[in-house]
Ligand binder design. Sequence first.
Ligand code: C2E
Ligand code: MG
Ligand code: MG
Ligand code: MG
Length: 280
Amino acid sequence: YHAKNSGKNNYQFYSPKVQKPSASLKTESFLYKALKKEEFHLVYQPQVAGNEEEVIGIEALLRWNNEELGTVSPGEFIPIAEETGLIVPIGEWVLEEACRQNKAWQDQGFPPLTVSVNLSMRQFYHTNLVSTIAEILYKTGLSARWLELEITESMAIHADEAVAILKDLKDIGVKIAIDDFGTGYSSLSYLKKFSIDQLKIDQSFVRDINSDSDDNDIITTIISLGHNLGLEVIAEGVETKEQLEFLKKHGCHKYQGYYFGKPAEAEIISPMIRKQEIYE
Ligand code: C2E
Ligand code: MG
Ligand code: MG
Ligand code: MG
């Protein structure tokens, strides 16, 4: 029996069928203490552009190491954090840590990069999102143009509200990308209403490049859609030279994937960010 999401007058009765597996309950109880115990850290994955394959951005990805559970993957704990509402404070920590690290790179003289942070549904619709982000930018000293928020198509479910939130985010100057593009909500009409900057082609389409001609069509269609709407297009999950060549040939702007580098700690990523003698 699990009552977190049920309203006050909404009674639920114990049923073995809906009982959560104990592993998940354990994960949940440890998750409550994880922030305080400093069990989270971020890893960063480079995003590259152009023929020079220069690093122009970094995606921040959350990692959780618990003494008893070991390493728990985001695929496992993010849904629990979302369900319990813990994603709001955890997500705030992620935003601040990512902005702090990005500002530190800039202060160390690296060319400025965009840091991309994933937002969950609950965070996106949380009343304090915009002011929280503004505060974090102020506190860390990072200029808004170097922060990108990744949302998913599913977050368009409350379309009018989403349009308003995205407009407020645009007003403070942050960038917006649609993550896992092509896998969610099928109506494209919202793309014109939403203030967004970038489409991220889902890695499931990239994975099958050349082995499945339908997926190749999807990729080329997404790239032209991006071009037509004046949006940047980035492909995620690029693992091979063959995939990269295909994407380049079809005018994809940016790439991210194991081919260029796996997500890693900031110290490992730093040398990949080309030092420029003079910039701006
Ligand atoms: P995502 O945002 O779509 O992130 C891309 C995922 O693909 C990451 O998995 C990354 O490690 C993995 N990846 C990158 N390049 C390749 C590649 O070439 N091949 C393959 N097979 N995989 C690649 P990760 O780090 O396990 O994250 C999984 C998902 O968890 C993310 O998907 C995102 O939806 C969520 N997530 C991660 N960190 C956060 C966070 O801070 N907040 C929220 N709300 N969600 C997060
Ligand atoms: Mg992402
Ligand atoms: Mg993705
Ligand atoms: Mg994903």
